[in-house]
Design a protein around this ligand. Structure first.
Ligand code: FEO
Length: 174
């Protein structure tokens, strides 16, 4: 049985992953509006991933006999200054999620909850991948620059990353 503290922390994480899904959805819409279809597809897919992160926590709590709380939907940020601002915001959000996951793991250690600690290792690895991905994207955007055809090339670059990820996931599932 999960302790009260662990249940509370897992529910907070559920809310955080749900909010992340909404944030990426809003970012995808912003990109669509800016005619950046590659970035939009990447972010629509990421929004789905965050929903999957939320569901994984929900199911873990249910399986453990605890009560997951479906989070309220808050209005995410809708407007960004430019594509760099958007990806910087995404990266900062990922850093925040990583800190929350680390705190959760720390709580598991304190509460001697090995099962939840073990379950959360998947999130630790996932966060490392996401941080690396967004940091890499920001570096490329800075390198390419957003002037002239820069935006077009950034969009193609992000689209290629999205397609690569989709293929890797399809190969894993096969
Ligand atoms: Fe599931 Fe990227 O936080």
């Amino acid at each position: 049985m999960l302790s009260k503290n662990i249940q509370k922390a897992l529910n907070e994480q559920i809310a955080m992953e749900g909010a992340a899904s909404q944030k990426y959805l809003a970012m995808a819409c912003w990109c669509d509006d800016a005619a950046l279809s590659g970035c939009a597809e990447f972010l629509y897919a990421h929004s789905e991933e965050e929903r999957m992160h939320m569901l994984k926590l929900v199911r873990y709590m249910s399986e453990s006999g605890a009560k997951p709380i479906t989070p309220a939907i808050a209005q995410p940020q809708l407007v960004y200054n430019n594509i760099l601002d958007l990806f910087e915001t995404a990266y900062q959000n990922e850093l925040k999620v990583s800190r929350a996951i680390n705190d959760l793991v720390e709580l598991c250690v304190q509460e001697k909850d090995k099962q939840t600690e073990n379950f959360l290792q998947w999130y630790v690895t996932e966060q490392h991948e996401e941080e690396t991905l967004y940091r890499g994207l920001i570096d490329r955007i800075k390198l390419i620059g957003t002037e002239g055809r820069g935006l077009y090339f950034i969009d193609k670059e992000v689209e290629a990353i999205w397609q690569e990820k989709e293929k890797a996931e399809a190969d894993t599932a096969a």
